[in-house]
Design a binder for this molecule. Structure first.
Ligand code: 5GP
Ligand code: MN
Length: 345
């Protein structure tokens, strides 16, 4: 079983950076998900074990179902505390970039991140890392950035001193990025890591409930409505898509995170290869957030790149469109035609 992922040189650099830096930031991508928040909190808590006081800065709001995580109460939102965060980026010695592979992924925070003279360390599992860093820990073949954080802590010889406040967010990120270990989760090491985390006393069943069974009744009714009224299924090309408009959101008292996991549901249809969600931004008009999921070897990240200004993993990708929801649906139809050969098989 191979848990180590760093070269000796990378080990030394990371350890040295934590030891010698006074001002450390841990940050992650826009629209942070369980892995972005989990890996950031896990890493921050690890850095705290060196007696340091890292700041966790995220570009914008994160879902309520992550707000029980230890340390989440101290997370600084860039969009809400821009001047504090800008100063922190200016003053930082080291910035850990978690769960993203290029500055564009931090959205409004990218200027501050790029202007920062700090040393950068990227820990990420998205393909094609494109950032100027001292250390890039990039493993697209692994389940999650949170898994990488575990491996880094393990390899730096710190497992013995790992606290539940590191173990819980790490487990949470691994769990959410694999849909509760139902995809991207075939490597045996994952289960070794889980067994080690359990030895730290984490309650994995509770973590599952906190994340997946922690919604409002209106979120469940939104899902029912979308699946019944809005899901379009193209049987010939094995694709389904749906839209969530601001009107839908108002009707179902939409809160950030309420659409989480919805895009996976159409994949329950036998033979379906790709599912696409088109969601209007809660505030800005003509901004559509796109989520794509696929199965087996169908590359939804290529669809995201070619049609939706985005990218991601083979089976989970995202992007955005600057147009109306009707135009976005037309783009979905064009994408289906473009990938018809692979989809109709
Ligand atoms: P989600 O649908 O959960 O928002 O995103 C799924 C995955 O797609 C994310 O884990 C991330 O890897 C990727 N992704 C989402 N949006 C973008 C984007 O705008 N650009 C790129 N490169 N990847 C994205
Ligand atoms: Mn991730």
């Amino acid at each position: 079983m191979q848990i180590n992922i760093l070269t000796d040189k990378e080990c030394g650099l990371i350890k040295n950076l934590i030891e010698t830096s006074e001002k450390i930031i841990v940050c992650c991508h826009v629209n942070p998900d369980g892995d972005a928040i989990g890996s950031s909190l896990g890493m921050a808590e690890y850095i705290r074990s060196y007696g340091k006081q890292p700041l966790v800065i995220v570009p914008d709001q994160f879902p309520d179902f992550l707000k029980w995580l230890p340390g989440s109460e101290d997370i600084i939102r860039y969009d809400k505390h821009k001047s504090v965060a800008d100063t922190a980026f200016e003053d930082a010695d080291t910035v850990f970039c978690m769960d993203f592979n290029c500055v564009e992924r931090v959205d409004g925070m990218s200027e501050a991140l790029q202007a920062s003279k700090s040393t950068k360390v990227m820990i990420d599992h998205h393909p094609n890392p494109q950032m100027d860093t001292l250390v890039t820990v990039s493993h697209p073949e692994l389940s999650s950035t949170s898994e990488l954080v575990f491996r880094v802590i393990w390899q730096l010889g710190s497992f013995d001193t790992m606290t539940p406040n590191m173990a819980v967010p790490i487990y949470c990120g691994m769990m959410t990025d694999t849909g509760g270990f139902t995809y991207n989760s075939n490597t045996p090491e994952i289960y070794f890591i889980i067994s080690q985390l359990l030895m730290k006393g984490i309650d994995k069943d509770k973590i599952y409930r906190n994340v997946f069974n922690n919604y409002s009744s209106s979120r469940l009714r939104l899902i029912g409505y979308i699946l019944y009224n809005k899901m379009q299924v193209n049987e010939e090309y094995h694709v389904a898509w749906f839209t969530i408009t601001r009107q839908d959101m108002t009707r179902f008292m939409f809160k950030k995170g309420d659409a989480e996991g919805l895009v996976n549901m159409p994949l329950q249809i036998k033979g379906l290869k790709m599912s696409i969600s088109l969601r209007e931004d809660t505030e800005k008009s003509n901004l559509i957030w796109v989520s794509l999921r696929s199965v087996d070897d169908f590359p939804c990240n290529e669809v995201a790149k070619e049609f939706f200004n985005g990218g991601g993993h083979l089976n989970a990708a995202g992007g955005r469109l600057h147009c109306s929801i009707e135009e976005a649906e037309n783009i979905v139809k064009l994408a289906i035609i473009r990938f018809a050969d692979q989809l109709s098989r």
